[in-house]
Ligand binder design. Structure first.
Ligand SMILES: Nc1ncnc2c1ncn2[C@@H]1O[C@H](COP(=O)(O)OP(=O)(O)O)[C@@H](O)[C@H]1O
Ligand SMILES: [Mg+2]
Length: 388
């Protein structure tokens, strides 16, 4: 049963005696999966607009006495429609100062000077063109990319958000980022979600294969810079995402989205392991520290021993510099991690990312944008089974 249907049915049942017409379910437009240009914004607005509790509490409105004394059959109530909540407590918002651009003035000046050297500039253009072409490759069936790590705070959510922004920027088909880390995940904040309403667990209860693209997006958050977000929680401690719910949602959504990026929990969490196994390509995020690299290497060795599905071939390591004080030799670390043929992409330290809050592509440093593009291109190649 479609989510809009049961909501409509419920309202109809509860308003049965007062003669008020029940709201029609939103008629999905002719949009089919893979045609984002016509994606309507109305359902998203409906799902994500800050509906007042009184709207969502419509069922509490006492129905007018029925004309006939026939007792209405007790309705089997589905889970109530969640009330949207802001991803950050509005009282905390004044504490967030506008962050500085990702690159310092010195770095930007050096870069402008380098641009004057023709060879360097043309190399940059050639590299950017290669990345853009790889990011725009067509996909026939939805590709899933899982982002995980062995340590918390490694930079998973940041990498997942960067990938979403990158794919959404370059691709014509719809892209989705799903938060499979419901324990106080930060993805809605990083992607500037105005409100969080439906979570992955909620969607698992209502999704069905007959839904149109426009209906499905009614349960998602439209990311201002592009793409769609399915949050893992409304920011409450103790929210869980069960494996069957995750599987049901991933299975159902893959036909609507060209690429789905999954922001997972840390390994060896069972949900993260399931996401790794089910994805077409994987990112292991490693902090650029001795400990981060050593433990990530141990995960790669574990992955190499998993017989089926083979995890290692579709894996890329994102070596993340989350502090300006990191002194690790990234070349040596990449060589160490890459011994099993794994490609390593370094995500440089970026002041805009370090400041927290919503990520704005325009504020990212040039190297960060290039690294995100490079990582996205590498992953898509792997997800499509393209040789390096
Ligand atoms: N490239 C980067 N430059 C600067 N700070 C970063 C970078 N990547 C991650 N961070 C910071 O590291 C912290 C942890 O990142 P996050 O993505 O939330 O990790 P995880 O999801 O693995 O817990 C955040 O404060 C984030 O801003
Ligand atoms: Mg996270």
């Amino acid at each position: 049963m479609a989510g809009t249907d049961w909501q409509g049915d419920l309202l109809r049942q509860l308003r049965g005696g007062d003669g008020e017409p029940a709201p029609e379910p939103v008629v999905p437009s002719s949009v089919s999966a893979g045609q984002p240009a016509a994606a309507p914004s109305e359902p998203a607005d409906r799902a994500n607009s800050a509906a007042t509790p009184s709207e969502s509490a419509a069922p509490a409105k006492p129905a007018a006495p029925a004309a006939e004394p026939i007792p209405a059959p007790a309705p089997t109530l589905p889970a109530p429609s969640p009330i949207p909540v802001p991803p950050v407590d509005p009282h905390l918002l004044p504490a967030h100062r506008r962050s500085r651009p990702g690159d310092s003035v010195l770095r930007r000046t050096r870069r402008s000077l380098r641009q004057l050297l023709l060879s360097s500039a043309s190399r940059d253009v050639a590299e950017a063109t290669r990345i853009a072409q790889a990011l725009q490759q067509p996909v026939t069936t939805g590709r899933q990319i899982a982002v995980t790590s062995i340590r918390g705070g490694a930079g998973k959510t940041t990498v997942a958000a960067l990938l979403n922004l990158t794919y959404a920027h370059y691709r014509q088909d719809p892209v989705l980022v799903l938060e499979a880390d419901p324990a106080l995940g930060t993805l809605p904040i990083r992607l500037a979600a105005p409100a969080v309403r439906w979570t992955c667990s909620d969607l698992a209860q209502v999704i069905n294969p007959s839904m149109q693209f426009a209906e499905v997006t009614g349960y998602l958050v439209q990311v201002a810079e592009g793409g769609w977000l399915l949050p893992g929680s409304q920011g409450r401690v103790g929210t869980r995402l069960e494996l069957p719910s995750y599987r049901a949602v991933m299975m159902a959504l893959r036909r609507y989205f060209g690429i789905t990026v999954v922001d997972c929990e840390t390994l060896p969490n069972p949900l993260a392991r399931t996401a790794l196994a089910a994805s077409h390509a994987r990112v292991l995020v490693a902090p650029a520290t001795m400990e981060g690299v050593a433990s990530t290497r141990a995960v790669l060795e574990w992955m190499a021993d998993v017989p089926r599905p083979r995890l290692l071939p579709g894996t890329v390591v994102a070596l993340t510099m989350s502090s300006p004080d990191m002194t690790l030799d990234t070349g040596a670390a990449s060589a160490y991690l890459g011994q099993a043929g794994i490609r390593v992409v370094t995500i440089p330290y970026d002041r805009h990312l370090a400041a927290g809050g919503p990520i704005r592509t325009a504020a990212l440093g040039h190297e960060t944008r290039m690294a995100a593009g490079h990582l996205g291109a590498e992953l898509l190649n792997l997800a499509l089974g393209k040789p390096r």
